[in-house]
Design a protein around this ligand. Structure first.
Ligand SMILES: Cc1ncc(COP(=O)(O)O)c(C=O)c1O
Length: 343
């Protein structure tokens, strides 16, 4: 069943709107990555073999090969977790990406919800006997980056913790990543989609407890990850690609600082101190009485900018909108459009 849990930023787009709804870094992958993918075209006639990508990712991140599973995007990892990872009392920490809950529901496994106050992770809010806990870090849509020590404080005997690190590569140096050589009771979901602008290729991976990884692999559709996606995984698991990631994250950080400053200047402060290529904005201060709570976002849409609606995230409401971080020109056009809306 398709529900609002399956609503994502791409559903907020329309052909003539400036895209502030989807957080993919660019329109297309960098030239060198595209070339690497196309150079592998002679292998597309054969069925895919994920073993080399798996080994390369493991080596690049200092992980055991048995701890890594390439997936058709981070989204597939959630489907596999829902099918294969045990847990009688699953809990999702919100607000966060909706696919973990959607996947669990599709597998006939309803989840409980913990909604954070001020979007800050508080391990004490998670029931002690929750044995499968989903957290996003840094979190979509709040932008919050939780300290790795807080995630460690979530650990309990018999509990599996799933950390969605789909946006971790946007945090320079990834200091709060929980990828580690010892991944007992832990699963970390990663995505190539946003940093490498390959949403259409479907490339990601999950790392974690080898026994859980092998249970997930047993549920994965054979040949699920395409050869071009596997090539992208190998090509981006190099020191040169890691350096490009760091530089891109720093540039986006500067663009985000500008966006945050400008939004604050016009009276629309963002939530928390985002560390993501997007920011979350509460527009309620600008909503005139009698206006719908999402009036600012809708007026912004009329002015030519697609923002991601906030109301499909548990713990938020229609007054929230998520804005992707773009370059200076788009930011100044956005701010001008918002000032026009306010006047
Ligand atoms: C927080 C988060 N996790 C995971 C994903 C899944 O990404 P993909 O399946 O494209 O790798 C997304 C996509 O929007 C996301 O926002």
């Amino acid at each position: 069943m398709v529900t609002l849990l399956h609503h994502h930023g791409d559903d907020d787009l329309a052909p003539d709107l400036v895209d502030l709804a989807v957080n993919v870094r660019d329109q297309r992958p960098p030239r060198w990555l595209l070339d690497a993918i196309l150079d592998g075209a002679h292998r597309w006639g054969a069925y895919p073999d994920a073993s080399r990508a798996r080994r390369t990712i493991a080596e690049h991140h200092g992980l055991d090969e048995a701890s890594v599973l390439p997936t058709a995007g981070g989204a597939e990892a959630f489907t596999l977790i829902a099918r294969a990872v045990p847990g009688r009392r699953p809990v999702v920490v919100h607000p966060q990406f909706t696919e973990p809950e959607a996947s669990m529901r599709a597998a006939g496994r309803p989840v409980e919800h913990v909604v954070l106050r001020d979007f800050i992770l508080d391990p004490a809010l998670v029931p002690d006997d929750a044995d499968l806990v989903f957290v996003g870090n840094p979190t979509n849509p709040t932008g919050a980056l939780h300290p790795a020590s807080m995630l460690a404080a979530l650990w309990r005997p018999g509990r599996t913790i799933v950390v969605d690190e789909a946006f971790m590569d946007f945090v320079p140096g990834e200091p709060e990543s929980v990828l580690d050589s010892d991944m007992r009771d832990l699963l970390v979901v990663r995505s190539l989609t946003k940093m490498w602008s390959i949403a259409g290729l479907r490339a990601g991976w999950v790392a974690g407890d080898p026994s859980l990884i092998s249970a997930m692999e047993a549920q994965q559709t054979h040949w699920s990850v395409s050869t071009p996606a596997l090539t992208a995984m190998e090509a981006t698991s190099t020191p040169a690609a890691a350096q490009e990631v760091r530089e891109a994250a720093e540039v986006i950080g500067r663009h985000r600082d500008l966006l945050v400053r400008e939004l604050a200047r016009i009276g629309l402060p963002v939530a928390g101190s985002p560390k993501t290529p997007f920011v979350l904005v509460d527009t309620s201060a600008w909503t005139a009485s009698g206006d719908a709570p999402d009036a600012v976002r809708l007026k912004l849409r009329e002015a030519g900018f697609a923002a991601r609606r906030g109301d499909t995230f548990r713990g938020l409401g229609p007054q929230w909108m998520r804005l992707a971080v773009r370059g200076e020109q788009i930011t100044s056009a956005l701010i001008a459009a918002l000032e026009e809306i306010r006047s």
